[in-house]
Design a binder for this molecule. Structure first.
Ligand code: F6P
Length: 369
């Protein structure tokens, strides 16, 4: 039987996503109802690794006042980082080289010193892998799935995804009129890492004519063919949505920055590359729009806000029930708990037999295959 909880910590790690603040608020309120105190760790685990950087010592006491009126705000009041993974921490050596150190014991020591009984860790694959490692070392941890990419396994969706898809769809709506007026090809590059969820959902909802996703290696001749077919039918413009991680059947993925210790590779640039190629192949004027970090901003949709609050309060209930090493997940119609070890390091791509993909095909959209 685990000891009763009195004080918990919350952290947000990885790229931010709309809904983080709604999770924080819901965790704090649900915890306060149980008489627990809440503390927020600054910028992932940086508040613990570098307490001297923060005026309050790297950890914020989260009172009811601190979380007042934040549920609708994008970003995270705690700050976040997708660098400095404590399991693979980059340390500069005197000879100028960088070594990969495991500093996770410092986190456990910090929890013991501050008498923090448990952690609610809100993050994507990287953060949940760290959460699982901390759980295996004996910390009581519950994970909350966050990412605009929707690429986490064992949950129907993550919060942040709906907001990103909604914004991308609105951008596509706006691009139709200018594309049509100028009889152009508009290429829209969206985020998503190695998964095509944002491209697929926004592309179908926003009436794209071609959608290129990492799960389906593409042949650009097929896309050019589609564009020229549309021209022959008198529909002189086309919209192409490309996921940042999409790759040609014969070629390579575009990487902006290679991986370093404690930091994954940065993707991007495929939009520009295929725009040039499509212009050449079709003889049509083409332009690229990269939505990039705009997809991570803004106020969470009501779906994401509600998911965030359901996840946050479920995380508190999990701790109350003595659970650890689990992630809150959405399994329609309810939330449930799945083992962190079944989520860590696994990516959920678009299944090739899903009906959403089939919907796109039935709507005449090409996937470049
Ligand atoms: O995982 C969220 C995400 O926005 C990805 O879609 C994207 O590849 C990555 O983060 C970008 O990260 P950064 O903030 O380092 O540019």
């Amino acid at each position: 039987m685990s000891s009763p909880i009195r004080r918990i910590a919350i952290n947000t790690g990885g790229g931010d996503a709309p809904g983080l603040n709604a999770v924080i608020r819901s965790v704090v309120i649900a915890a306060m109802h149980r008489g627990w105190e809440c503390y927020g760790i600054r910028e992932g685990f940086n508040g613990i690794m570098f307490p001297e950087r923060y005026p309050e010592g790297g950890v914020l006491r989260l009172t009811r006042d601190k979380v007042k009126g934040i549920a609708h705000l994008g970003g995270t009041i705690l700050g976040t980082t997708n660098k400095g993974n404590p399991l693979h921490f980059p340390m500069k050596m005197p000879d100028g080289s960088t070594r990969d150190l495991d500093r996770s014991d410092e986190i456990l020591e910090f929890f013991a010193k501050k008498e923090l009984d448990a952690l609610v860790s809100i993050g994507g694959d990287g953060s949940l892998t760290i959460a699982n490692a901390l759980h295996l070392k004996g910390l009581r941890v519950v994970g909350v799935p966050k990412t605009i990419d929707n690429d986490l396994d064992k949950t129907f969706t993550t919060f942040g995804f709906d907001t990103a898809v909604g914004f991308a769809t609105e951008c596509l709506d706006r691009l139709h009129s200018t594309a049509e007026s100028h009889q152009r090809v508009m290429v829209v590059e969206v985020m998503g890492r190695y998964a095509g969820w944002i491209a697929l959902h926004s592309g179908i909802a926003g009436g794209a004519h071609a959608i290129l996703i990492p799960e389906i290696p593409f042949n650009l001749d097929k896309v050019a063919e589609k564009i020229l077919d549309r021209d022959r039918d008198g529909r002189m413009y086309s919209i192409v949505v490309v996921a940042e991680g999409a790759e040609p059947a014969h070629g390579h993925r575009e990487v902006l920055q290679p991986a370093e210790i404690g930091h994954a590779e940065r993707l991007g640039g495929i939009g520009e590359r295929i725009t040039r190629a499509l212009q050449e192949k079709t003889g049509k004027d083409a332009r690229v729009v990269v939505l990039g970090h705009l997809l991570r901003g803004g106020s969470p949709t009501s779906f994401d806000r509600l998911a965030a609050m359901r996840f946050g309060t479920a995380a508190v209930r999990a701790l109350e029930q003595g659970l650890s090493g689990v992630m809150v997940a959405l399994a329609f119609p309810n939330v449930n708990y799945v083992a962190l070890e079944d989520v860590a390091g696994r990516m959920k791509g678009v299944p090739l037999d899903c009906d959403t993909l089939q919907t796109g095909r039935d709507m005449g959209i090409t996937f470049g295959d």
